[in-house]
Design a protein around this ligand. Structure first.
Ligand SMILES: Cc1ncc(COP(=O)(O)O)c(C=O)c1O
Length: 362
């Protein structure tokens, strides 16, 4: 592929960090992970953080550590990555889908209250494509109904939300560090929480349930890696600079895409966002697969995500739908994610031109 969808932003400093770990002979559960957790917590102004092996594990563990389980319901947007819903299903709780707003693709706060039942234990807002969900009404709803908030910040590391960093607004926040993310450790993730006791339970649960207080909790083997942590520390140190570069790139994309007839970018410009990928909306009725096929032929990789969760085979039967999910369905059918990575030169113009051609020929 001439222009891939994502490119990890890693360089010689990350390589040097990996070599440092290899030469130290301490290649698991060592000082790099301890330092990465402390630095990540400091960046987010929270007391502590726990590195895990993936964002999905982090979401599952933070729910379990907060006591979510069978018989409970967890509210989340219908438009998100499978990892959000799989994490809830793994706890034994029922995911309850709520529709999203057409202008942000994030959960519609006005639809949360009608979704709350006496079984609801938690709300999982997702900061989709790096745009923070509207947390003020969600915090108020959680407080009024005594619900936990676990933020799925897997796509939004570095984004701001009303003076806090995303993930540090609710009771717990979870990040994913897969290579398409703004901060990568290869595979990996991080849990942060405001309550030290909750963080301690998460730390125990990702390490066979071994708690520093001597008690044993339900446990798994979901630890982060020492090599990943070493990479993550370098990535965290340059996060703000890389986020800024991506903000400028997004502004350029917005401009060139405005010339492509019928294609819209409904997300409002936001200084709080940490751009993950660049999603656009194709005109209604477009044969998206055909457009993608034509772009592939031109050497441009694109992504058709995310489909609304309940439309995915095998998922629909395991979730409860709270009301119509028409916006999620419509966005899910029309979204197209364009290549987006730091270091692009003439690519945005080339992508816009090819997209325009692909639409007129599809
Ligand atoms: C919204 C969202 N939630 C959860 C995850 C899960 O992260 P991971 O792939 O690290 O398990 C991702 C990662 O792609 C994501 O985009």
């Amino acid at each position: 592929m001439k222009i891939p969808l994502a490119k990890s932003d890693i360089g010689i400093d990350e390589t040097a960090a990996v070599v440092r770990v290899m030469e130290s002979a301490r290649i698991a559960f060592g000082p790099e992970m301890t330092a990465f957790e402390a630095e990540f917590a400091r960046y987010h102004d929270v007391p502590d953080a726990v590195m895990v092996n993936s964002g999905t594990s982090g979401l599952m563990v933070s729910l379990l550590a907060a006591g979510v389980g069978p018989g409970d319901e967890v509210i989340l947007p219908a438009l998100t990555f499978l990892g959000s819903v799989n994490a809830i299903l793994a706890t034994g709780a029922v995911p309850v889908l709520v529709d999203v707003l057409p202008t942000s693709a994030n959960i519609d706060p006005a639809l949360i209250q009608p979704a709350i039942t006496d079984k609801t234990r938690a709300i999982m807002p997702v900061h989709l494509f790096g745009l923070p969900a509207d947390m003020t009404p969600i915090l108020a709803l959680a407080k009024a109904n005594h619900l936990l908030i676990v933020e799925d910040a897997c796509e939004a590391v570095g984004a701001d939300s009303g003076g806090r960093k995303v993930g540090a607004v609710g009771d717990a926040g979870v990040f994913g560090f897969y290579p398409n993310k703004v901060l990568t450790t290869g595979e990996g993730g991080m849990i942060i929480a405001l309550d030290q006791a909750l963080v301690d339970r998460c730390r125990a649960m990702v390490n066979q349930g071994r708690h520093s207080a001597g008690v044993s909790l339900p446990g798994h083997s979901l630890r982060g890696t020492e090599l990943g942590a070493a990479i993550g520390r370098v990535q965290l140190a340059s996060l703000d600079e890389r986020r800024q570069a991506r903000t400028s790139l997004a502004a350029r994309f917005r401009e060139v895409i405005s010339d492509v007839s019928g294609v819209s970018v409904p997300w409002p410009p936001s200084t709080e966002r940490s751009w993950f990928t660049f999603p656009v909306l194709l005109p209604p009725g477009t044969d998206r697969s055909r457009v993608m096929q034509r772009l592939t032929q031109a050497g441009i990789e694109t992504g058709a995500y995310f489909p609304a969760l309940h439309t995915i085979s095998g998922v629909g039967a395991q979730v409860r739908q709270s009301g119509p999910l028409a916006v999620s369905e419509a966005l899910g059918a029309r979204l197209l994610c364009l290549p987006f990575w730091r270091g692009m030169t003439s690519e945005p113009e080339m992508i816009a031109g090819e997209l325009s051609d692909a639409l007129s020929n599809s």
